[in-house]
Design a protein around this ligand. Structure first.
Ligand code: RB5
Length: 153
């Protein structure tokens, strides 16, 4: 799979670790930053990653900050993005199977590197189940459309 990953300073070390792990699993991993432990603002990185997903440069996105929360809040502002904060593997699998999540966010201050790798594995291995879940995704889309300013897609 083509993956686009990003983090802020709090998630930097975990991002670097996960890049190695995902590459070893055979994925193509592009890095949207940050590139060191100097403080950066997570909204800038989240926006870069989700624009990459929307633009078709990657199949799925992965964002790491201290908690996963800020990254998810930003990512979910962008129409068509369904970002899930998952700090356990079950949630990651369900987020793909039920919610067709296209971005996973992780908290580097919440999970260790081994647990994080298992969460990512669960997310990447799972696929959207469709069926009864599609009606709910259509409802998400309808709510998005309702609140979009005219002219935006
Ligand atoms: C940075 O200190 C921290 O606020 C950030 O990484 C993230 O946890 C925000 O949601």
């Amino acid at each position: 799979m083509r993956l686009l990953i990003g983090s802020d300073h709090a998630g930097y070390a975990l991002k670097e670790h996960l890049k190695t792990v995902m590459a070893a699993w055979g994925h193509q991993v592009d890095d949207a930053g940050c590139y060191g432990e100097e403080p950066v603002d997570y909204p800038d990185i989240a926006e870069k990653v989700v624009l990459g997903i929307k633009g078709g440069q990657a199949d799925l996105g992965l964002l790491v900050c201290g908690t996963g929360q800020g990254m998810a809040m930003v990512a979910n502002k962008v129409p068509g993005i369904r970002a899930a904060v998952c700090n356990d593997e079950f949630s990651a699998r369900a987020a793909r199977e039920h919610n067709d999540a296209n971005v996973l966010t992780l908290g580097a201050r919440v999970v260790g590197s081994g647990v994080a790798a298992s969460i990512v594995k669960g997310f990447l291995e799972s696929t959207y189940a469709g069926g009864r879940h599609q009606r709910r995704l259509d409802l998400i889309k309808a709510i998005e459309s309702k609140y979009l300013k005219q002219g935006e897609k």
